[in-house]
Design a protein around this ligand. Sequence first.
Ligand code: DCP
Ligand code: CA
Ligand code: CA
Length: 358
Amino acid sequence: MDLDYFFAQCEEIRNPQLRGKPLLVCVYSGRSEDSGVISTANYEARNFGVKSGIPIITAKKYLKKVPESTFLPMDRDMYSDMSEKVMAIAREFGDPFEQTGLDECYLEITRIVGNDFEGSEDLADSLKEKIRKVVGLTCSIGIAPNKLLAKIASDTCKPDGLKLIKSKDILGFLSPLSIGKLPGVGKKMVPRMSSLGVKKIGDLLELDEEELTRNFGKNQALYFHNAAHGIDNVPVKERGEAEQIGRIVTLKEDSNDIEFIKTSLELISVDVYERCQERGITFRTLGVILITNEIKTHSRSRTIDSRSNSKQKILELGCELTEIFLREHPTTKLRRIGIKLSGFESADSQVSLSQFMD
Ligand code: DCP
Ligand code: CA
Ligand code: CA
């Protein structure tokens, strides 16, 4: 998931009158009035050739016939706030979840949708819809068998796009793309690739490993060779303290009967509870993932006042959030259900803190 023209879109949300005409977010260096570079720009400005990183003066030249263009200074605090809100939503949709920048993250959804991608586009649509409704931002999502392909897919469907690449379509999708679309092939690398006859990603398939190694060294050669084949085995990994423990199961049959669903929630509660116990941690936030018989994915979460690692508390909260959802959607039946815990702290540190306070 990657947010569209992120900093500029944040500014459009703060001031909707700026929509529909070129809007540029600038990093002023302060040396003279217009010295500095463009951080990013909306798509209206991009139509005039504006790109991240070009001098502000150059952008002004491109837009000199568009006096309604707006140039704003960067407000990183506001963008960080927006980012936090988006990521809090996104992490409910993947397990594991990995944030890789202010405006992008990876979601492992295999445990949620299974191996055959069934329902993956609905899941992505739900995520897009929720981010748009709650925060107001549009994003683009690529769904693929690995992170490399998902990233490239999201780049090719911008803005407000959704692109699914199944295993059988990998080479057909990758090969015609220009080589610059491959992560790691920057402005300097493009002419080097070109001198080897590589203009498209597919052209890489023609070079043998020896030739690649001679030109790029062993590590990069291996990366290019694999990437051109759509191979990438780097897993989606939770980062830092934002780790989560979760489990999703399929109900024996589609149901909206809380007593029936509870038997599955009991199983899941024991599992996530035991994983907390093993690691000696307590949680603050519990979320439920609810996948309906129409393969729409919903999530609800609750942060509790005091830390917990009780089995009873997990089950209780899980049931409560599920019941609230079922009341809001009286005609909906659930097909799969999951629980996710986050906001961890080691149980030890709590003990020592309370001892200290005594
Ligand atoms: N950014 C920056 N300078 C750059 C590139 C990016 O300050 N040279 C900032 C501004 C962007 C944000 O990082 O809004 C995210 O970068 P992206 O590359 O994802 O670009 P955008 O989100 O702006 O546009 P896109 O719609 O292409 O994703
Ligand atoms: Ca972006
Ligand atoms: Ca990005």
